[in-house]
Each structure stands twice: as C-alpha cells, then as structure tokens.
Design a binder for this molecule. Sequence first.
Ligand code: NAD
Ligand code: ZN
Length: 256
Amino acid sequence: MNDNLKISKIKKLSSLIKNASYTVVFTGAGMSSESGIPPFRGAQGLWNYYDPIEASSIEGFYNNPNVFWAFIRDLLKKGEVKPHLGHFVLAELEAAGFIKTVITQNIDLLHQEAGSKNVLPIHGSLEKATCLDCGDSVLWSSLFPEVMEQIPVCKKCSSAFVKPDIVFFGEALPQKLLATSVAEAQKADLFIVIGSSLEVYPAAQIPYLAKQSNASLVLLNLESTALDRIFDLCIYGRCGENLTRLKQVLSEGEKF
Ligand code: NAD
Ligand code: ZN
C-alpha cells in the first residue's frame, strides 16, 4: 500500500473515530507481534516448534505441564515482552473517550499493561492461575518471575498442575466474557479489528455481529485476511506504525 493511500485511509479512520459514538476494538496475535511475541502460524510460528495438542490442550497439560510452560516462556520471551506504541495509543484513545472497549484474543496482558481499562480477554489471560487439583486461585504476579525458570507448584497442595486461566484447545470460551463481547460488538457503531487473521472461531464471528448491527468495520492488519470483503476500510501494514500515525492525525490541531 503506497504511503499517500495509507495516509488518506488513516485520515478516514480518524474521522470515523471522531464521529462514532461507540467504538470497539478487537485484537489478535498480530497486535502483539511488534512486541516480539511470535505468532502461532507461519514461518516463525510457534507451531513449528511445538505440537499444539502437547503444548496447549488440556490433555497435553495433564500429560506433561512442562511442555506448556516451555511454550509460554517462548511466547513471552522469558517475560521480557513489553507493550509497544500501538498498545499505548489504544489506551490513550480509551482514556480520551474515543474507545469504549478492547476485545482481545491475546492472553499476554499487554493491553492492560499499557493502561487499557476495559479489556475483554475472550481467550482468557495470564492474570490468574488455578490449581487443577485443589482449585486454589493465584495471581500471575505471584508466580512471576520464578515461572520463567521452573514450573509452578501449588502452595496449598503441591500439585504441579497450576494452569493459567486461559482457554486451552478442548475448552469452551468463558461464556460470560463471550456474551459481554457480543453485546459490546452489537452496541458498536465503529468496530476496529487489529492483527487478526479472523480464522479462529467463535471469536472471528464477533466482527460479523458488529456488521449485522450496522457498525462500520475497519481492519488494521499486516496483510489481507479471508474476511476483508466485510470491511468498509482496510489499512494494511504494521499496526504499531499505523496506530502511531492515527494518533498524530487525530491530534492534529487539537489535543485528544
Ligand atoms: P493469527 O496468528 O491467526 O493472525 C495474526 C494476524 O496478524 C495475521 O493475519 C498477520 O498478518 C497479522 N499481523 C502480524 N503482524 C502484524 C503487525 N505487526 N501488525 C498488524 N497485523 C499483523 O492471530 P489470531 O487471529 O489472534 O488467532 C490466533 C490465536 O492464537 C488466537 O486464539 C490467540 O488467542 C492466540 N495467540 C495469542 C497470542 C498472544 O497472546 N499474544 C500470540 C499468538 C497466538
Ligand atoms: Zn492445589
């Protein structure tokens, strides 16, 4: 996409945001890639190194939790990942009243770390972990940073099956969060998808639901997706760069 076209599209997005009364953002793994978190698929994808069932299914976890924890350490680069400028722009837009909610498929807590308040992590998040044997629930911050070196053991019952509250293969999405996300999408008059291939269901249905409720749909993604045709505006490229440009355009002539 040439630079002039991109700028004109970002200006269009800026005016959509200014004129919208309820903007909801929906993010996927691509949102975190500029923070250094590898995707699952593609040339650098983690599924080239891990078997998804061994690393990220409930059966695999019971079979050997070490594989899951090695996978999480790779995903989080041993805990060194930080939000990038794009995460901060979204948090600033929320604080300024331009964004109501961020629905995210990401488990990495980077939106929350950047300051976004109303975040709906539909695939769960690393915020808490639960012992699968005794049910004790602990904060991720109480496991971190030790968990980057060794697998956590339950303080109450010594079980090795302390599982973060994220959705594994073979598990249902948290129904309340999903219902709230659907309600937010249906309330939106502007719905912005960032960094998602829109191939993982049922999450990928959410933009459809926003569209059915007459929201304008905008895509910010590195490349085209299978669902580009349902979007009113597609802006390709790195989301961190495009969100930084969006902030510049939005704040031209006025402080937002
Ligand atoms: P996906 O991997 O299927 O698609 C990511 C999309 O992001 C791709 O279309 C890619 O072109 C795009 N992308 C890559 N870099 C980008 C960038 N810098 N800017 C903009 N777009 C960029 O991701 P998905 O749709 O979220 O589905 C993957 C599943 O894996 C989800 O269920 C998610 O929960 C999980 N996941 C989470 C994390 C995380 O928590 N950070 C990381 C990997 C996977
Ligand atoms: Zn326990």
